[in-house]
Ligand binder design. Structure first.
Ligand SMILES: *[C@@H]1O[C@H](CO)[C@@H](O)[C@H](O)[C@H]1NC(C)=O
Length: 304
């Protein structure tokens, strides 16, 4: 059964240009799982240290996670998702953030879990934050990449996004792709396509490893440390919180794959921009770490 409700020509065009057909139509069967993007209070629950989670303005769609000498803090989405476009706006800790780690990630549960991570590694005043991304599929991680950003992430809010389809995951910063993890099941790499993931954020003490390899510790007299979040959106995301929901999301996705004949030939992301990031801002790539992985894992040569 073909659940892709666009016309054949439209489907072909969508395959050529983007995955928009997928995101707009494939979940028609699971439409009751869609809820429009809404506010933090509706979407999230505080999961760690409520006293360190601040809502700075009444009625505003924003919150702050605070790290002090006693504890970090965190929140998680009530719903879980299976495919979709997940966006968060974040403003990182100003001034001295050395030793702190601020996160925004998706994760499923259990020992063979899937996970897609943004981890922001703080630094001493005036030194650049590093953005580390990682990907776990079926419990296998160890796929760290690190970049510097092309702006100061502590000055303003910027948008950090995951575009997650059955074909690939694209990590983006303000719409610029910084990383692609493609579905490489064909060469034996597990792909995140049947475990719903919740959205998480946290702030914590990572000074044993985060800043300059753990050499720089948190200077508590410069605390408390606060990172700000706003503008969460899960557009065209399949909400999979109930078991029926997860099944509907998986079925819609696999129907889409068989209806369209598999991996689109076009990339659905801006390769030129991705190369620009890699060339100018990448400071670590597990794919290039021959001391750690030799030969490089199969997904490293198949990033389409
Ligand atoms: C912090 O700044 C130093 C010096 O510029 C840099 O080498 C390092 O990569 C930066 N980021 C982290 C997380 O250590």
């Amino acid at each position: 059964m073909n659940l892709c409700r666009c016309h054949r020509a439209q489907c072909a065009l969508a395959m050529l240009l983007t995955v928009s057909c997928f995101t707009t139509s494939v979940f028609a069967a699971a439409r009751r799982n869609f809820i429009p993007a809404s506010s933090f209070r509706d979407e999230f629950v505080v999961t760690w240290a409520p006293n360190n989670v601040r809502f700075p303005e009444v009625n505003s769609d924003a919150l702050q996670l605070v790290l002090d000498q006693n504890t970090g803090s965190g929140f998680a989405s009530k719903d879980s998702f299976l495919f979709g476009n997940i966006d968060m706006e974040m403003k990182l800790i100003p001034g001295d953030s050395a030793g702190t780690v601020t996160t925004f990630y998706l994760s499923s549960e259990g020992s063979n879990h899937d996970e897609l991570d943004f981890e922001f590694l703080g630094n001493t005043s005036g030194q650049p934050y590093a953005l580390q991304t990682n990907v776990f599929s079926s419990g296998i991680g160890g796929r760290e990449q690190r970049i510097f950003l092309w702006f100061d992430p502590t000055k303003d809010f910027h948008t950090y996004s995951v575009r997650w389809s059955p074909y690939r995951v694209v990590f983006l910063v303000d719409g610029t792709p910084i990383r692609v993890f493609s579905n490489n099941e064909a060469v034996g790499v597990p792909y995140m396509r049947n475990q719903p993931m919740r959205v998480f954020s946290s702030i914590f003490n990572g000074d044993s490893w985060a800043t300059q390899g753990g050499a720089v510790k948190i200077e508590w007299s410069h605390g408390p440390f606060a990172a700000s979040y706003r503008g969460f959106s899960a557009s065209n995301a399949c909400r999979a919180s109930s078991s029926a929901g997860a099944v509907a999301c998986v079925r819609a996705a696999s129907n889409h794959i068989s209806a369209t004949g598999g991996m689109p030939k076009q990339k659905g992301f801006n390769r030129r921009r991705l190369n620009w990031v890699k060339r100018n801002f990448m400071i670590y790539d597990y794919c290039k770490d021959v001391a750690r992985y030799s030969p490089a894992p199969p997904e490293c040569t198949r990033e389409f």
